[in-house]
Design a protein around this ligand. Structure first.
Ligand code: FCB
Length: 451
């Protein structure tokens, strides 16, 4: 039997996000968010689902913390809904809204679980969208105002902070592809959004440093190796652009304080208006990070297709690969590859995997269990990839499964389950899945075992 022992102090955690689990969207003064609004528009979300109730985590957080404790989690990553703190995005503060997070943090600390707080996981106050959302250059200052309030209330007890979750999705899925809130379809807007998100991030990190807050602060990016498929010179160019679009556009400014030249050139050729990245702003964006959070689900395969604007690339799924129920290919080696790249190409000093997991259709058996062998296998393969990367010297310090609970999976509503804990959305009953029990064993032995 092979045992893959993880380094001492490796952090084992699980993650959720406010809009996906909390529910209680109208309680204690919470303001409307872009996701509340987006869900109401017919055809946007499968089955017309919304996050109105979700996992009712807002009321059941104590029970959920007990489940985390039962699993042995070292850390819980959750996000704060900006509109619970500042219902209008700026100005009037809601003390009741803040109290929920104060109580949640208390409960976690009592259970010996380290809170890891994401300040922005996509649920922008609608009032902010009404003044242009992230396309408005003032948004960086509004975000700083919000972050300062959260730091003041939680800063004495929270030691792990993530400014933004997946700015790529916010910018390009929300403002170019339009398949996430706010549902805008304009490439120049998406570029502006990405830029302003980074200014917001940079200003917040700068403030964190200047006010000498305890703990560490970083950002979470979704990264995926891209591959040409099939391999050819033409498809290789598509791969480079696809990599620039998702990976380099977000990594380079943070680490090298510049946006990738080849992408700027491509966008210019396509007559896309590009923000003016002045030097001062790039200095703000490129603040030193304590860690980089990465969310990894799969690699992506592309071929050249000149009709696809503006990247001239088309995603393809090689038929030989296994996929999840979201048709996401299962490519654990890609995680190792990305981790090694972060070390060698970008010199990243500390990494947390802030999300990794898989959606599969789950069935509750007569014995009231969920035997999710495929998810367990997915997790095992990816943890082995993390193990291999660590062996090769990549400084990965922790791993959070996405997700603790089945939840509101954005455009997929409640049809896509990622949890290691099953949620019956009619009764709100929770059942720890086989993958959850297996993960608990990994935590207990600080490693994985081939069995
Ligand atoms: C990531 C999101 C997370 C969840 C997973 C499946 O992109 O950060 O909220 O939806 O995908």
């Amino acid at each position: 039997m092979d045992i893959y022992q993880f380094p001492k102090n490796f952090l084992w955690g699980s993650a959720t996000a406010s809009y996906q689990v909390e529910g209680a969207v109208k309680e204690d003064g919470r303001g409307e968010t872009i996701w509340d609004r987006y869900c109401k528009c017919p055809g946007r979300i499968k089955n017309g689902d919304t996050g109105e109730i979700a996992c009712d985590h807002y009321h059941r957080y104590k029970e959920d913390v007990q489940l985390m404790k039962q699993l042995g989690l070292g850390s819980y990553r959750f996000s704060i809904a900006w509109s619970r703190i500042l219902p209008e995005g700026t100005g009037k503060v809601s003390e009741e809204g803040i109290q929920f997070y104060v109580d949640l943090v208390d409960e976690l600390l009592k259970a010996g679980i380290e809170p890891c707080v994401t300040l922005y996981h996509w649920d922008l106050p609608q009032a902010m969208q009404d003044i242009g959302g992230w396309a408005n250059p003032k948004m960086a200052d509004y975000f700083l105002e919000y972050s300062k309030i959260v730091f003041e209330k939680l800063g004495s007890r929270v030691r792990k902070w993530i400014t933004l979750n997946e700015p790529y999705c916010v910018a390009f899925l929300g403002n170019f592809e339009g398949r996430q809130a706010p549902g805008i379809q304009d490439f120049s807007t998406a570029l502006q959004v990405a830029y302003h998100l980074y200014l917001a991030h940079g200003k917040t990190v700068k403030y964190f440093r200047e006010s000498q807050m305890a703990g560490e602060i970083g950002i979470t990016l979704n990264l995926m190796p891209r591959h040409a498929y099939p391999k050819s010179e033409e498809n290789e160019q598509a791969r480079v652009w696809a990599d620039g679009y998702l990976n380099r556009w977000f990594l380079d400014p943070l680490i090298f304080k510049r946006y990738p030249e080849d992408m700027i050139e491509l966008y210019r050729k396509k007559q896309i208006k590009i923000p003016d990245f002045d030097k001062k702003s790039m200095e703000i964006i490129g603040q030193d990070l304590d860690f980089l959070g990465i969310n990894y689900y799969n690699d992506q395969f592309v071929k050249r297709n000149e009709t696809c604007w503006p990247l001239e690339t088309e995603p393809v799924i090689p038929p030989e690969l296994q996929v999840t129920d979201r048709e996401w290919p299962i490519t654990p080696d890609g995680l190792e590859e990305m981790l090694i790249r972060l070390k060698t190409e970008y010199g990243v000093k500390k990494i947390y995997i802030t999300e990794n997991g898989a959606s599969f259709q789950d069935v509750v058996t007569e014995e009231h269990t969920v035997e999710d062998a495929a998810r367990k296998e997915y997790l095992r393969k990816h943890l082995k990839a993390v193990y291999r990367a660590i062996q090769k010297g990549v400084p990965v310090k922790g791993y959070y499964v996405w997700s603790l609970l089945d939840n509101f999976e954005w455009g997929f509503g409640y049809t896509s389950r990622f949890g290691i804990i099953y949620v019956d959305f009619h009764t709100q009953e929770r059942i720890v899945k086989a993958s959850g029990k297996w993960f608990a064993k990994c935590i207990a032995m600080n490693g994985i075992r081939e069995d």
